[in-house]
Design a protein around this ligand. Structure first.
Ligand code: NAD
Length: 489
């Protein structure tokens, strides 16, 4: 069975170089959040299927050519993979638009291009990477080798399925590991294509496997499997805690990229011409379903009225609608369950006494979208940074504006969270920019910008936002074992 391009797609598991149905023939259905139409029937992996995938990956690691291949050859195959991703970029973006509900245009030019770059970047990076040597006088010399770890489970969330998977797959494969990928159950389409893309690029069978199904079954089978050596996980903090426990008995190496509740701090000296569109993007990109979303907007009280007016106008100018259509800024939320979760915060906000500035309801949309999970960009103002809407990751197009008076107060509010993924600062004062950047306890600080990424830079979270870092040498360190060789001269 292959991934067939029909109205309703049939998606198989990709194990040891071929698409196969699940061992018990079970499938699950995937619907389009833009209109609730059925779009795919996906083979639901059993524990036995996960076992087959892990054993295939182990066999490819131990006995196949992949890890022993000269790095130039491995890198060439990865570059070919990047080329194929670009050749098939429309199809990949359509798939993400279909099951996630992401605007197609932005996905095509943003995330899919970045996905190809992820793979190419790590091919280049691994090829150029050197190693240390430590001479001990004239008697001995130590040198280091970076060897692949083994079989990696790559578990990814629904909000950025394809791009985030390639962000892990690139360094995993470049280092010579083999992979079993598990995308989120409601967004399986684009990631499923990675099997055939790897094959076409000449990557040996068994090196890339894709299993589909629920986290509690398929994810759990992967994170407890004795053949899995390391788990690279992006998702919620709650699931990460579970994975840490389930991987403990087999002592798996883990990398966690988790939730966030970033403070986006607007000082009175900020250039609002940049801060307003920047904050709109940080708040509502991908319908706010972004771990890095600037969902707490801290605004200095002296400019609060001006900021509110301009921010509200810009939010109301956003086009919410069909993600497949040109010009759409914001598509639907990913699913009915998620829609219910996000909208439940409207009640929380009311009870907490937050002031609704804009949104808080479904937009008026054409009949064909009447079943979709759409929401207007929603803005609250709340003075209490300890309120639930200021503390919990809502993961939707909902932001809370929290006024502050002094720099010290801004910093205190910014750090008053269990999360520490990122922070954003808007100011024209260079010294203040440095002070705040040093003071905010988070893995990435953007000053007068948001979501600008250099793939060499470390990316990850403080506190409950993660363990470890991805990016450049940080990813390579996770996916390799350092070996020291000491030679008597
Ligand atoms: P989630 O934790 O529910 O699911 C993520 C993945 O884990 C899915 O593939 C899911 O099937 C799997 N999973 C669920 N239970 C599992 C289990 N018991 N064992 C193994 N795997 C299991 O997260 P989500 O709702 O898909 O994604 C949203 C979350 O991801 C948000 O908290 C968001 O902030 C976070 N996120 C973080 C980053 C980052 O880079 N830090 C990026 C994107 C999303």
């Amino acid at each position: 069975m292959t991934t067939v391009k029909t109205e309703v797609k049939e998606v198989g598991l990709y194990i040891n170089g071929e698409y196969v149905p699940s061992s018990d023939g079970e499938t699950f259905e995937v619907t389009n959040p833009a209109n609730q139409e059925l779009i795919a029937r996906v083979s639901e992996a059993t524990e036995e299927d996960v076992d087959r995938a892990c054993r295939a990956a182990r066999d490819a690691f131990e006995n196949g050519p992949w890890r022993k291949m000269p790095i130039e050859e491995r890198a060439a195959k990865l570059r070919k993979m990047a080329d194929i991703i670009l050749e098939r970029k429309e199809e990949i973006a359509r798939n993400d638009a279909m099951d996630v509900g992401k605007p197609y245009e932005a996905t095509l030019n943003g995330e899919v291009a970045r996905a190809a770059h992820n793979i190419r970047f790590f091919a280049d990076f691994a090829e150029k990477q050197g190693a240390e040597a430590y001479p001990m006088g004239e008697e001995y010399i130590n040198y280091t080798r970076y060897e692949p770890v083994g079989v990696a489970a790559l578990i990814t969330p629904w909000n950025v399925p394809f791009m985030l998977t390639t962000w892990k797959l690139g360094p995993c494969l470049a280092a010579g590991n083999t992979a079993v990928i598990k995308p989120a159950e409601n967004t399986p389409l684009s990631v499923s294509l990675l099997g055939e893309i790897a094959k076409e690029a000449g990557i040996p069978d068994g090196v890339v496997n894709v299993v589909q199904g629920k986290g509690s079954v398929v994810g759990n089978a992967l994170t407890t499997h004795p053949e899995v050596d390391l788990v690279s996980f992006t998702g919620s903090t709650a699931t990460a805690k579970h994975i840490m426990e389930s991987g403990a008995s087999t002592l798996k190496k883990v990398s966690f990229e988790l939730g966030g509740k970033a403070a986006n701090i607007i000082f009175e000296d900020a250039d609002l011409e940049k801060a307003i569109p920047g904050s709109i993007r940080a708040a509502f990109f991908n319908s706010g379903q972004v771990c890095l979303a600037g969902s707490r907007i801290l605004v200095q009280r002296s400019i609060l009225d001006e900021f509110l007016e301009k921010f509200k106008q810009a939010a109301q100018a956003m086009k919410v609608g069909d993600p497949q259509e040109k010009g759409t800024d914001m598509g639907p939320l990913v699913s009915e369950d998620h829609y219910k979760k996000v909208t439940s915060y409207f009640e929380v906000a009311k009870q907490e006494g937050a002031q609704l500035i804009s949104g808080g309801k479904r937009p008026e949309l054409p009949e064909k979208l009447s079943e979709g999970f759409y929401l207007e960009p929603t803005i609250y103002v709340h003075e209490d940074p300890k309120a639930r809407i200021c503390q919990e990751e809502i993961f939707g197009p909902v932001v809370t504006i929290i006024p502050f008076d002094t720099e010290e107060e801004a910093l205190e509010i910014a750090n008053d969270t269990q999360y520490g993924l990122n922070g954003v600062v808007w100011t024209e004062n260079l010294k203040r920019a440095h002070r705040i950047s040093h003071g905010v306890r988070a893995g990435t600080i953007w000053v007068n910008c948001w979501f600008v990424r250099d793939l060499r830079a470390p990316f990850g979270g403080f506190k409950k936002s993660g363990i470890g870092r991805e990016g450049g040498e940080h990813s390579m360190a996770f996916f390799t074992e350092a070996k020291n060789i000491c030679i008597a001269l």
